[in-house]
Design a protein around this ligand. Structure first.
Ligand code: ATP
Length: 204
């Protein structure tokens, strides 16, 4: 039985915070690989994904191209409907019937998950791996972990990492101002952003 990491997100753009927690999760939660799944039409944050799905997908591909254990899946971007994690995991369960799905989230997303579509299905289908992020109170994470264990019998592992405060929201604002982002966004992704003139408009 393999332990398959599943890492969903808007990735607008993908950044070193994503790469860092994916690497840490691989090692600390003993995963065999990590599948990055950029979302199609994010229903829960419509204002923050003005960049075309194709660009977000290509940027993730570039961000992970030198990481042998990382893969990308178009399972959500090729769907015409909004993507729900519960449904994505159902499809993945069929693709990996003998393996364990391990869904990676940042601490902020873990706290939000009670409001996601069918959280009970998510916790039934996957173990959840949590990476805390700078600015998120660990007391709130612990409370969410406890709540989901009681409500859903969730299997949740919080990995011990040095939280980093990188966020795509901050990066988008800094790109608009022409800031230097080496070391925060992978170099190939920065080149792609420049070539395609992304994030020039004022967006949230
Ligand atoms: P935005 O600022 O637009 O909300 P983001 O930086 O949170 O974007 P997403 O693509 O929305 O990036 O995140 C995908 C997943 O990665 C989420 O589960 C999020 O919690 C997690 N994540 C992103 N950045 C970090 C970070 N620095 N530390 C821990 N988790 C993170």
């Amino acid at each position: 039985m393999l332990r398959i990491g599943i890492f969903g997100g808007t990735f607008s753009p993908p950044h070193m915070g994503h790469i860092y927690i994916a690497r840490e999760a691989m090692q600390k939660a003993k995963l065999n690989k990590m599948i990055f799944i950029p979302c199609g039409n994010p229903y829960h944050k419509p204002k923050t994904a003005p960049v075309d799905v194709k660009h977000r997908f290509d940027m993730v591909r570039l961000a992970i191209e030198n990481e042998p254990d990382f893969e990308i899946s178009d399972i959500e971007v090729r769907s015409a409907k909004p993507s729900y994690t519960a449904e994505t995991l159902e499809i993945l369960e069929r693709l990996y019937p003998d393996d364990r799905l391990c869904f990676l989230v940042g601490g902020d997303s873990l706290i939000d998950m009670r409001g996601w579509y069918k959280p009970e299905e998510i916790f039934k289908r996957a173990e959840v791996i949590v990476a805390n992020r700078g600015g998120v109170d660990s007391v709130r994470i612990d409370a969410a972990v406890e709540e989901y264990r009681q409500l859903y019998g969730a299997c949740i592992t919080v990995i011990d990492i040095n939280p980093v405060e990188i966020s795509a929201t901050d990066i988008r604002a800094r790109l608009k101002d022409g800031a230097e982002l080496s070391g925060i966004v992978p170099e190939k992704v920065l080149e792609y952003i420049r070539e395609n003139e992304l994030y020039k408009e004022s967006i949230e």
